[in-house]
Ligand binder design. Structure first.
Ligand code: NAP
Length: 244
């Protein structure tokens, strides 16, 4: 398969890190964005270098439009093209609607939705010029069915899925595919607030009786990259927790 230049946001930890490792091992050129997790980003780079695999790490707070621009400009200057973008960076907060402050709203929406939008806007210029490319948005089960006490998160992920569908239509004629992967409960730091007992209860609600692993998402990304005819879709990876 042709070597592709791929930007992954929030790739020092969790799902993004697993996707970065999987795609780097496939021989692609990976630009791993991180924001606060500098040590983990350096450690990932070193871990892969031991296996003879090179990746780029790039600090940028994707809430800021100018930082998204810098990330894309750096990639284009060095590699002259962008084949793929994975909007993975995201934050969540569990709270009642009555507790949500303007700052909570701005942090969640600006990271999960505006940041992803800015990244799409920046990369699509080059992809349209090249008449090829793909974007994968990591949304969430909660964007599809809504989560109690996570109203802003649910709004952000539903917005992301709306963006996926709109961009699939707008960018399709330029041969750019845009899809969402909507994970269910995946074993990462994002779910650290749950106790073992709570996780057992959640497992009982899932038909496959297991929570997901980061590898489950990375495998789907790998498949989507190789695929040529899937666009505008929200692909649920949730063990059957929600079947729409
Ligand atoms: P995680 O372990 O908490 O990682 C979140 C990642 O987002 C980190 O790499 C973090 O980077 C990055 N990030 C946050 N704010 C950022 C910003 N302003 N700029 C750049 N990067 C930023 O969570 P995860 O479970 O891997 O989640 C990855 C994605 O999957 C998220 O979009 C999440 O909503 C989605 N998802 C997760 C689950 C789940 O159950 N885990 C389920 C559905 C959807 P730094 O550490 O460098 O700041």
């Amino acid at each position: 398969m042709e070597k592709q230049v791929i930007i992954i946001t929030g790739a020092a930890r969790g799902i993004g890190r697993e996707i970065a490792k999987t795609l780097a091992k496939e021989g692609h050129i990976i630009i791993c964005n991180y924001n606060k997790s500098k040590e983990q980003a350096i450690q990932l780079k070193k871990e892969l270098e031991k296996e003879g695999i090179k990746i780029e790490i790039f600090q940028a707070d994707i809430m800021k439009q100018e930082k998204c621009k810098e990330l894309v400009e750096y990639t284009l200057e060095k590699y002259k093209k962008i084949d793929g973008l994975i909007n993975n960076a995201g934050i969540s907060k569990t709270q009642l609607i009555t507790e949500v402050t303007k700052q909570d709203w701005e942090e969640i929406i600006n990271t999960n939705l505006y940041g992803a939008f800015c990244m799409c806007q920046q990369v699509s210029k080059n992809m349209i010029y090249n008449q090829k490319g793909w974007i994968i948005n990591i949304s969430s089960i909660w964007g599809q069915v809504g989560a109690s006490m996570e109203v802003v998160y649910s709004i952000s992920k539903a917005g992301m899925d709306g963006m996926t569908k709109a961009l699939a239509k707008e960018l399709g004629p330029s041969k750019i595919r845009v899809n969402s992967i909507a994970p269910g409960f995946i074993n990462t730091e994002m779910n650290n607030q749950y106790t073992k007992e709570e996780i057992e209860i959640i497992k009982k609600e899932i038909p496959l009786e297991e929570i997901g692993q980061t590898e489950d998402i990375a495998k789907c990304v790998k498949w989507l990259i190789e695929d040529k005819y899937t666009t505008g879709q929200i692909i649920s990876i949730n063990g059957g927790w929600v079947i729409t």
